[in-house]
Design a protein around this ligand. Structure first.
Ligand SMILES: [Zn+2]
Length: 415
């Protein structure tokens, strides 16, 4: 591999004479894009595992705990948490992150003197750690479908379309000539953003960058689907596809509860389904219908979301094993007879993750960022094929280690 000073790969030659090139000791795979992160939630991970008084714990009771944590989190704290998180991601093989960022204002809900204060803290955390970032400022306005007013505990998240436009315009210069960054947006969900507001903020984004990524929480919980049906007679994915054009710049996060028609619509649109397997398990969300979705040609990416797990191998293990548990079969998501399940899934989430994050990443080829991960067996000089080592990393990881993570051509594990 040869790269340029800006951190891009300019030539990849299989079986080349190594000459005086630096040698990487292990199997080199593309750095994995992490399509969905709420960085501050890393500080809560593992601390919400005690049963509540009624034993009726759910996504919704967890959300109240999360809101409580935000009652005194300041920008310094956000930056410290995010820096630690991004270093943890690099240690496990993520080389880029989609930061779905919704805590914009101070604890009383007032904008900071710099309306982009917390966004800039996240950019700085990514730079300190050395990870690529797609920043996705969240538009959040309502507390429920149909314009239900947001509650006081949501006051740190809220914008109107004009304020959100100012935020994007303030941030845009921070992304100029930065191949390690991309700016997109994240309308939070259809419960927090009415269809006409979605149209307005998409127009704002398109004026800045008509190909920028758009991420949205779509159908995480059955109650969310029921509330949407109650309000408008449509399910969330139906409503989204009826009111806007969904294409390959979109990432639909937690596309968990889908009708067959909705599943086919997403698969046919080119949008990426942003799967957060370990968080979806932790919150009791449900299992994504991966087998029929992939059979229909759907694109996928993975994200660590609430960061109860920060490990791409474990997300991929849950993805395949979840399908095994519901189908009673093995190798459910393999591409074809004889193919490696792990390698096939890794390639899918690298390709889908690159699209979702809107950056030239996820491949070891000329023109891509020089982002990759080196895997090795810590107990022996491996004689595995690369595909077998990737399968072991995902399905039987004892002994398989990330021994180096390289982003933009530079080793990042010692940062
Ligand atoms: Zn999320």
């Amino acid at each position: 591999m040869e790269g340029d000073a800006a951190g891009n790969l300019i030539r990849v030659t299989p079986d080349a004479d190594p000459g005086d090139a630096a040698r990487l000791n292990g199997v080199v795979i593309p750095g994995v894009p992490n399509v969905h992160s709420h960085a501050f939630q890393f500080a809560l991970a593992g601390k919400a595992e005690r049963a509540g008084p009624s034993r009726a714990d759910s996504f919704w009771t967890w959300r109240e705990l999360m809101y409580g944590f935000l009652s005194d989190l300041d920008p310094d704290g956000m930056e410290v948490i995010a820096t630690r998180l991004y270093r943890a991601m690099l240690a496990r093989g993520y080389t880029s992150v989609g930061e779905f960022h919704y805590v914009h204002h101070d604890v009383d809900g007032h904008p900071y003197a710099d309306p982009a204060e917390t966004s800039r803290r996240l950019l700085r955390a990514a730079e300190t750690a050395g990870i690529g970032i797609t920043l996705l400022p969240v538009y959040y306005e309502d507390g429920g479908f149909g314009g239900v007013p947001a509650g006081p505990r949501q006051s740190r998240f809220l914008h109107d379309p004009d304020g959100f436009a100012r935020l994007l315009q303030t941030l845009a210069p921070d992304f100029v000539s930065r191949p390690d960054r991309r700016l997109g947006i994240a309308p939070h969900s259809l419960r927090a953003v009415r269809p006409d507001r979605l149209t307005a903020i998409l127009a704002t984004l398109n004026a800045l960058d008509p190909t920028a990524p758009v991420h949205l929480h779509i159908a995480e919980q059955p109650r969310e689907v029921a509330d949407c049906l109650d309000w408008c007679g449509k399910r969330p994915v139906e409503l989204l596809f009826d009111t806007t054009t969904v294409d390959s710049r979109w990432c639909l996060v937690h596309a968990t509860h889908l009708s067959e028609q909705e599943r086919q619509a997403i698969a046919g649109s080119g949008a990426v389904a942003g799967l957060c397997l370990t968080t979806e398990a932790n919150l009791g969300d449900g299992l994504f219908p991966a087998e029929p979705y992939l059979a229909d040609g759907g694109a996928i990416g993975i994200g660590s979301d609430s960061h109860v797990c920060v490990d791409p191998a474990e997300e991929l293990r849950w993805l395949e094993n979840g399908q095994r548990l519901i189908t009673g079969r093995r190798t459910v998501l393999a591409d074809e007879p004889g193919s490696s399940v792990g390698t096939g899934l890794l390639q899918r989430v690298c390709r889908g993750g690159a699209a979702a994050l809107g950056r030239e990443i996820g491949a070891i080829s000329a023109g891509s960022r020089a982002d990759f991960v080196v895997l090795a067996d810590q107990f022996e000089d491996t004689v595995d094929t690369p595909a077998t080592l990737v399968d072991r990393w995902i399905f039987a990881p004892a002994g398989i280690r990330v021994v180096d993570t390289i982003v933009g051509g530079q080793s990042r594990l010692m940062n």
